[in-house]
Design a protein around this ligand. Structure first.
Ligand SMILES: [Zn+2]
Ligand SMILES: [Zn+2]
Length: 309
C-alpha cells in the first residue's frame, strides 16, 4: 500500500497535528465568537457559516490527498541491480530511449529524469519539489496538484476569517458603545475572552495566509518555468561552476546543456499547468480529483527501464 506509508518524521507529525488544530480552532472561533454573536438570526450567519465550512472541507480534503497520495515514488527493484557497467550507462540508456535516467546509490535503483532522493522519505521521488512537513510527505509529480490546492484553500480560509473577525469586532465595538450606558461592565470576562480569541485567530490567519501565499506563488513560478527548486539550485550551481572551471570538466560526456534545460523553455505555460492540474476544465483544477499522471516526452514514468539484474 504505497498510499498508506507511515512516515515517522516527528517534525511532520507535529506539523500535521498543528494543521488540524489550527483548522478546527478557526472553525470554532468563527462559529462561536464571530457568527453567532454578530449574525445570529440573520441569513448571513447561515451563509457565512456554510461558505467558510465548505472552504475548510475542501482544505482538509486537499490536505488529506496531499498527505496520503503517492508523490511519485520511484519503485524499488525486486532484485539487486548490477551497477558494474555504470560508466557506460548513458550510452546504453540512450539506446533504450531512456535518456537522462540516473542511478540512486541510496535506493540502489535507476530513476527517471527529474527524480531526486528524499532523505526523509528515504526514496527517490519523481519531479521532486521539496519535502513538506506540513503534509508529512514529499511534494512530487503526483501530488503537487493537491498541495497547491491545499495552499489555495488555506489562503482563502485565512483571508475569509480575517474579514469575518474584523467585521464582527467592529460591529461589537459599535454595539458596546450604544449599550454602554445601560450595562456597565456586566460581561467583562466574556468580552476579554472574545477579544483574546479574535486576536489569536487574526495572528493565525495572517501568519498562515502570508506563508501559504508565498509558497503558492513559488509553486506557480516553478510550474510555469518548468523548474523545481532543486533544479533551480542545481542549475545555478552548475552555471557558477562552469564560470569558474573549464567547460569540459563536468558534463562533457553527455551533452553541453544542463540536465533539465531542454524542455522547459519550449512548452507553453498552459501545457505546463495542465501537466500538474490535469486536462479538465479550470473548475476541476480547484477540486482534489484524480487526474491521470502526465507522460513527458512520450515516456511514461511509471515503468522502470529494462535494467540488467
Ligand atoms: Zn533514492
Ligand atoms: Zn520526502
Amino acid at each position: 500500500m504505497a498510499s498508506l506509508r507511515c512516515r515517522r518524521d516527528p517534525c511532520g507529525v507535529i506539523c500535521l497535528i498543528l494543521t488540524y488544530f489550527s483548522v478546527f480552532y478557526a472553525d470554532y472561533v468563527v462559529i462561536q465568537y464571530v457568527l453567532i454573536p454578530a449574525y445570529a438570526g440573520s441569513v448571513w450567519c447561515t451563509l457565512h457559516g456554510s461558505v467558510f465550512n465548505l472552504i475548510l472541507l475542501l482544505l482538509l480534503a486537499c490536505h488529506a490527498k496531499a498527505v496520503f497520495s503517492d508523490p511519485g515514488m520511484v519503485p524499488l527493484p525486486d532484485t539487486a541491480i548490477d551497477f558494474s557497467d555504470l560508466r557506460s550507462q548513458s550510452s546504453r540508456k540512450n539506446e533504450r530511449g531512456c535518456e537522462g535516467w540516473t542511478v540512486c546509490s541510496r535506493c540502489e535503483t535507476y530513476r527517471p529524469p527529474r527524480a531526486h532522493h528524499c532523505r526523509v522519505c528515504q526514496r527517490c521521488i519523481r519531479r521532486m519539489d521539496h519535502h513538506c512537513p506540513w503534509i508529512n510527505n514529499c511534494v512530487g509529480e503526483l501530488n503537487q496538484k493537491y498541495f497547491i490546492q491545499f495552499l489555495f484553500y488555506t489562503g482563502m480560509a485565512s483571508l475569509y476569517s480575517m474579514v469575518l473577525v474584523v467585521s464582527a469586532w467592529v460591529w461589537q465595538i459599535r454595539n458596546e458603545r450604544e449599550a454602554d450606558a445601560e450595562k456597565e461592565g456586566e460581561e467583562v470576562p466574556s468580552k476579554h475572552l472574545i477579544v483574546a480569541h479574535y486576536i489569536i485567530l487574526l495572528v493565525e490567519s495572517v501568519l498562515f495566509g502570508v506563508f501559504v501565499m508565498v509558497i503558492f506563488y513559488d509553486q506557480l513560478v516553478s510550474i510555469i518555468t518548468d523548474e523545481t527548486p532543486i533544479e533551480q539550485m542545481r542549475n545555478r550551481l552548475m552555471i557558477k561552476d562552469r564560470g569558474s572551471t573549464s567547460p569540459s570538466s563536468t558534463f562533457s560526456s553527455s551533452s553541453s546543456r544542463l540536465p533539465h534545460q531542454a524542455s522547459h523553455t519550449r512548452k507553453p505555460k498552459l501545457a505546463l499547468l495542465r501537466e500538474v492540474f490535469g486536462r479538465g476544465s479550470f473548475f476541476c483544477w480547484l477540486l482534489p480529483l484524480h487526474s491521470s499522471p502526465p507522460s513527458v516526452g512520450g515516456m511514461i514514468y511509471s515503468a522502470l527501464p529494462d535494467y540488467d539484474v
